[in-house]
Design a protein around this ligand. Sequence first.
Ligand code: NAP
Length: 405
Amino acid sequence: MRMKEKAISKLAIMGGTFDPIHIGHLVTAEEVRHEFNIDEVLFVPTGHPPHKSNMNMTTSEHRYLMTVLATAANAHFKVSRLEIDREGVTYTIDTVKELKKIYGKQVTIYFITGADAIHKILTWKESEELLQICEFVAVTRPGYNKQELLGQIEELNRNYQSSIHFLEVPALAISSSNIRERIHNMRPIKYLVPEEVENYIKKYNLYEYKICLTAKEREQMCNYVASKMSPKRYAHTRGVIEMALEFGNIYKISCDEVFIAALFHDVAKELPQDEKHAVCAKYAIELDTFEARHIHLAHGKIGAAILEHEWGIHKPSILDSVRYHTVGREGMCDLEKIIYLADMTEEGRSPYKGKEQIKHLALYDLNRAMYKALYSSYSYVTNILKQEIHPVTHKLLEYYKQYDL
Ligand code: NAP
C-alpha cells in the first residue's frame, strides 16, 4: 500500500538556470527551508527564459539532470521539468499558477531567487499578480549592496502588499559563471559542486575550453615560431599544419587547436643546446634519463612549456601533442596521433618507403597509420642512423602491432 503523502502547506520554488548547479544553490535551498519552515523545495531549472533568448546556455536536459543528481540525497528536495518541457518562452507566473493547481490552493509558495531579479521584478510578465500569489525570498552573495536592496524590498512590499523576504547566504560566494570560468582555466571544481555533478560535467565535457584564435593572434604566433627556426624548418612546419588540418577535419577536431599544436610542435627544435637547458631549468621540465642524454629529443617537452607559459595555452590535448610528438607515448589522444602522423607525412618531407601508405591509412584509421609510422621511425633510427631508440617508442611499437592488419 502506498503511504499517503503528507500535505504540503509551504512550498519553496528554487528557480534558476543552474548552469551548472553548485553547493551555493544547495546551501541556499536548505537555509530557506529551515528559516521559513518549508515542507518541500522544488528546483525548477529554466527552459527558455524571456531575457535570455539569444544566449548560449547548456541544453536544458543537461542542466535538469545535473540538478537531479545534486539534489537526490535530500528528502526535502525535488526537481521539476515544468519549465524545461514547456514550449517557447517560460514565465514564472505560468509556473506558479501551474504549481498552485498541482499542490492545491492552500499551499503558500516562496519563490527563491537571486537579488538581481528583485530589482527587475516589475518588468516580469504579470508581475503585480505574481507578487500577490507568491512570496519571494531574495538571496544575496557576500559583498552585495544590501541597503539598496532592502530599500527596494520595503518599497515593493508597501506599494504592492507583497511579501518579499531577504536572506544573505555566505555560501553564494560561489557562482555558476565562476564554476564555468574555473573549468575554462583548468582549475579544480572539487567541493564547489557535488561529486556527481563534477563527474557528469567531465563525462559530457561541459564548459570545456574552446580556443578561438583571431587573425591577429594567428599572425603573432606564426611570426614568433618563424623567428625561432630556419626557413627550411618553418616550411616543414607549414607542411605539418596543412597535413594536420586535413586529418583534423576528418576526425572533427577544432581547426584552431590543430593549428596551434602543428605550428608549435618544433618551436624548440633549433634552439641552441644551452637555451634548451635553460628553458628546462626555468619551467622545471622533468627529463627522463634517455632525454637527458639526448637533449634534442626533449624539444617536444620544451616546446610544450613555451606554449603553456609564454602563450597561455593550457589545453592538455594541445600541450601533449607538442610534448610527445617526438617519441610518442601510451594513451595518445587523436590530436597527438594527428600531429605525429602529419609530421611524418607532410608534403615537403623527402619521400621514404611507406610514406604514402601512412598518409592513406591516416585518412580513415589513425591506429593503423600509427603502427606503420612507428615502424618506419624505428627502422630508420636503428637501421639507417644506427642510433639508440627511445624505450617508449619501442614499447609503443609493440602496443600498436595489434593494428597491423
Ligand atoms: P540566473 O541567470 O540563473 O541567475 C542570475 C543571478 O542570480 C546569478 O548570479 C545567479 O547565481 C543568481 N541566482 C539565480 N537564481 C538563484 C537562486 N534560486 N538562488 C540563488 N541565486 C540565484 O537566473 P535569472 O535569470 O535571475 O532567473 C532566476 C529565476 O527567475 C528563474 O526561475 C527565471 O525563470 C525567473 N525569471 C522570470 C522572469 C519572468 O517571468 N519574466 C524574468 C527573469 C527571471 P548563479 O549563476 O550562481 O546561479
